[in-house]
Each structure stands twice: as C-alpha cells, then as structure tokens.
Design a protein around this ligand. Structure first.
Ligand SMILES: C[S@@+](CC[C@H](N)C(=O)[O-])C[C@H]1O[C@@H](n2cnc3c(N)ncnc32)[C@H](O)[C@@H]1O
Length: 234
C-alpha cells in the first residue's frame, strides 16, 4: 500500500478531545516500560532532562514525570488544542507535576522551532528523547531524525514508537476492526488515516541510514501494527 500523508498537527479541538478521551493506557504503559529499559542500558547515564516529542495531551509525558520524579520532563507539540488539554490535566494537580512543562513547538527542518514563552526549556542537551505516534504525522521524516542529534546530550537515550503501514487497504481495515471496534467514528477515521500515513520498518531503516543514525539506533517490528526505534546517541 502506498503512503498517504495526513495533516501533521492535530489542532482541531474535536479531534484532540476524542484522542484525549480514548483509553490508550495499555499502550502508553508499554512505551514507558520500554523507555525505562532503554535508559537502564546505561545505568550511569544522566536522567535530568527528558523530552517527549509530539506529546499530544501528555499521556506519555505524565508517565515519564511520575517514573522519573527527579527529572525535568518536557512535552512539546505543535498543536495548541492538544497542549491545552495537557496543561488542563497538569493544572488539576499542580504540586504533583512541578517538574513537568508543556511547550508549543514545531519540528521542522532545523530542529524544534518555538516562539512560545517556554521555548528556553527546549534548549539542546536532553538525556532522553521519547516519542509515541509522531513519526507517521511527519510529511518529511528526516525532520525527526535530524532533530534527534541536535537535541540530544552525549549518550542520550532514544525511544520512538509508531504505527507501521500495513501491506494493503484490506489489512488496514482489519486492524481497525480488531483494535478500534466500537470506538467513536472520528477516532476510527484518524486511525485508518494514520495507518495509511505510517512507514514500514524497512523505510525507517533507510531513513536512519540517510541520517547517519543506523549504527546508533535499531528498528524492530512490534506486535501486529507497531515499530519501535531505540538506542543511544553518541
Ligand atoms: C497521534 S498524536 C500522539 C500524541 C502522544 N505522543 C501520545 O502518545 O498520546 C501525534 C501528535 O504529534 C503532533 N505533531 C505532528 N507533527 C508535528 C510537528 N511537526 N511538530 C510538533 N508536533 C507535531 C500532533 O499535533 C499530535 O499531537
């Protein structure tokens, strides 16, 4: 099946609310555990600044902040609608999430662009770069691969998870029925669009080669619909 891009940002209020209301907790927890495992590969490495790229409503960002209470955890997303939901969640218990911040920023050819007041928090030197379900949104995937070394501290851990593109339209429909039966129509529509926009593991390996990251980062297929990219930079 050929790749069909979808809009990069999830900036529609209805779309953002439907996404935030969906229960992705099992998948989110699995992402957290893999992040912890990748970080544990270098026990002596710093874990002071962690960045969640394309954080959406903050599902993974909050889990990271809970698991690493001594770290400064930052979620960045280009969509104001998503960030508003993340900040509203944070505001429900501000003392619990003191070391957490959400910043509006856009991944683009030169890295992260932000004109928001919190932009200084996005300065390079992150000890971990994490991203869930961002890659397939990017029209030009090198934007992510080139941003990683620019944002990373030496030895930074990377963990990225995303959907992978099925072989056919029929296979995409089957996945949608299997995993989103009974979900709201807006979510099913977005899920199918995401499957069409996703990359295959082979495509991601080529992207990493072009970015010069293929020695540092590995690509795996996970379950029936995901791929993960992980490793350490420098
Ligand atoms: C499917 S959501 C995933 C949200 C979150 N990572 C999670 O796991 O729940 C993808 C997010 O990436 C954001 N995004 C897409 N392209 C982006 C870009 N170029 N720069 C910043 N954020 C982007 C979208 O706005 C959206 O919130």
């Amino acid at each position: 099946m050929r790749r069909t891009c979808e809009p990069e940002l999830m900036d529609d209020g209805l779309q953002a609310s439907a996404y935030a209301a969906a229960d992705f907790s099992a998948g989110d927890q699995a992402v957290l555990e893999r992040c912890v495992a990748v970080l544990a590969e270098r026990p002596a490495a710093r874990r002071q600044r962690l960045l969640d790229l394309g954080c959406g409503p903050g599902n993974i960002t909050f889990l990271l902040a809970e698991r690493f209470p001594a770290a400064q955890v930052i979620g960045v997303d280009g969509a104001a609608a998503m960030l508003q939901i993340a900040r509203d969640r944070q505001a429900q218990d501000p003392s619990r999430w003191r070391a957490l911040s959400f910043v509006q920023g856009l991944l683009c050819g030169t890295g992260l662009q932000s004109e928001s007041s919190g932009a200084a928090a996005l300065a390079a030197g992150f000890d971990a770069l994490v991203s869930n379900s961002l890659l397939h949104h990017l029209h030009e995937p090198q934007v992510l691969w080139q941003a990683l070394p620019a944002l990373a501290a030496p030895g930074a851990a990377v963990y990225i998870k995303d959907l992978r593109r099925p072989v056919s339209e029929q296979a995409a429909q089957t996945l949608c029925e299997r995993h989103l039966a009974g979900a709201p129509e807006v979510l099913r529509h977005d899920y199918l669009a995401s499957l069409h926009a996703a990359f295959t593991a082979a495509e991601v390996r080529l992207q990493l080669q072009h970015a010069g990251l293929d020695q540092a980062l590995q690509v795996n297929e996970v379950d029936d619909r995901y791929l993960e990219v992980w490793g350490h930079l420098g």
